[in-house]
Design a binder for this molecule. Structure first.
Ligand SMILES: [Zn+2]
Length: 296
């Protein structure tokens, strides 16, 4: 009996090691295929720290056990990411983030609480509004002009490196969503920016946040979303799905992150908030389509 038990333990260890190695080799393949352009100011250790966050995603195995979970995956997760695997989430990030910038000290001082941001679409709007110098960013010794909505120009701030892994991973995906100009850029945004006026509405181009309403925990801060499948909805949903279905991860931390993001989604869907509408499959389908078109 003891021998059988020992054999099972050895077999289980062997399978675990094999699974870890398969995940690692998948991740190496992903890195070879990825298009990330690294700010030369990053140290090797800092790059490794960011890549380790992504690598952690490869090691997550999802296991949807109930029919309702499988229905949620089919209805929302697959349309968002293409498949039910975590590799698709990583691919989504790769497709939407190209430049990984290290902010300078002045930028860090301006945003002491920011983990990461994505300035790609903002720079593209300046390009469209006829301000070429404001549509540029410095990348090492080069100056890059943004001429495409999906430039994917993400900055990662010092606070990111002090956060827990599940917050970092969710945050990276969140920044990817900000590269999607869904529905096109409204013409009046270009006119407003051209005339140096504030107060324009980007609609879903870049999925910008809106100010949270009076009474909200983040009242007055641009930390809420008007539509369900914006940056908070997509990244919160991913965290929620991992928390529900991962085989070995800190489920509670992922669920807590999801709820923290869901609280920022304003509006009701069939009379329910985001999470209840999603569980009942009543949420409108996700739309993260992308276009460089200018719309009326
Ligand atoms: Zn955001």
């Amino acid at each position: 009996m003891k021998r059988v038990c020992l054999f099972i333990v050895i077999l289980f260890s062997f399978v675990s090691i094999c699974q870890a190695q398969i995940a690692a080799s998948d991740f190496v393949r992903f890195l070879f295929q990825s298009q990330f352009l690294w700010d030369p100011n990053w140290s090797i250790q800092e790059r490794k720290d960011i890549l380790d966050v992504l690598k952690g995603g490869y090691e997550i195995k999802l296991n949807q056990s109930t029919p309702n979970q499988r229905a949620i995956y089919q209805t929302y997760f697959v349309p968002l990411f293409g498949t039910q695997r975590m590799t698709s989430v990583l691919k989504f990030f790769d497709q939407n983030v190209n430049y990984i910038l290290k902010p300078d000290q002045a930028q860090v001082a301006k945003s002491p609480f920011t983990l990461a941001d994505n300035m790609g679409i903002g720079l593209w709007v300046y390009h469209k509004a006829g301000f070429p110098s404001r549509s540029q960013f410095r990348f090492g010794r080069k100056v890059v002009t943004v001429r495409d909505s999906r430039a994917g120009v993400m900055r990662v701030y010092p606070r990111f490196f002090k956060s827990t892994w599940h917050v970092q991973f969710t945050g990276l995906l969140h920044e990817g969503v900000h590269s999607r100009c869904t529905g096109g850029l409204p013409q009046n945004v270009i006119d407003y920016v051209h005339n140096r006026r504030a107060g324009y509405n980007m609609r879903r181009c870049g999925h910008p946040h809106v100010k949270c309403p009076p009474g909200h925990k983040y009242q007055g801060l641009p930390a809420c979303d008007l539509h369900p499948w914006g940056a908070y909805g997509v990244s919160g949903f991913m965290a929620h799905m991992i928390g529900m279905a991962c085989e070995s991860c800190d489920k509670n931390s992922f669920i807590a992150t999801a709820l923290h993001f869901y609280d920022r989604i304003l509006g009701k869907y069939h009379g329910s908030d985001f999470v209840n509408a999603m569980i009942q499959l009543k949420l409108p389908p996700p739309d993260l389509s992308i276009t460089n078109e200018i719309r009326p």
